[in-house]
Ligand binder design. Structure first.
Ligand code: CA
Length: 113
């Protein structure tokens, strides 16, 4: 049996045995086919830093999103779409990520290290 997993999802499985399935022992796979099977959703994340004294930070900020259909890994918000100096006082930083569809977002976990 051959099974390929991508981000913990089974994207392809077939037997590689002459006496199982269709008897084939060679199979050709392409990454394009695998990627098309994944149900990805783009998430545009906006984080507003408070506009009070010392509200900004240069610390590492991590985010975990919980949805009705699943949750993300803990993500470090490394690269903002609109600035190189993230999380400055009174600013909104934008991030874009693709995940499996999380369904309706239920809660967020933010960790500042
Ligand atoms: Ca900063």
């Amino acid at each position: 049996m051959i099974t390929f997993l991508f981000w913990n999802k089974i994207i392809y499985f077939r037997w590689l045995a002459v006496d199982e399935d269709d008897g084939q022992i060679v199979r050709e796979l392409t990454l394009g086919t695998a990627a098309q099977l994944l149900d990805k959703t783009t998430y545009n994340i906006r984080i507003k830093t408070g506009d009070v004294l010392q509200a900004g930070t240069d610390a590492d900020v991590h985010l975990k999103i919980f949805g009705e259909k699943g949750d993300t890994d803990k993500l470090q918000l490394r690269t903002s779409d609109n600035t190189t100096n993230k999380f400055e006082r009174g600013r909104i930083d934008k991030f874009t990520y693709e995940f499996d569809d999380l369904g309706k977002v239920c809660s967020l976990f933010v960790l500042i290290i």
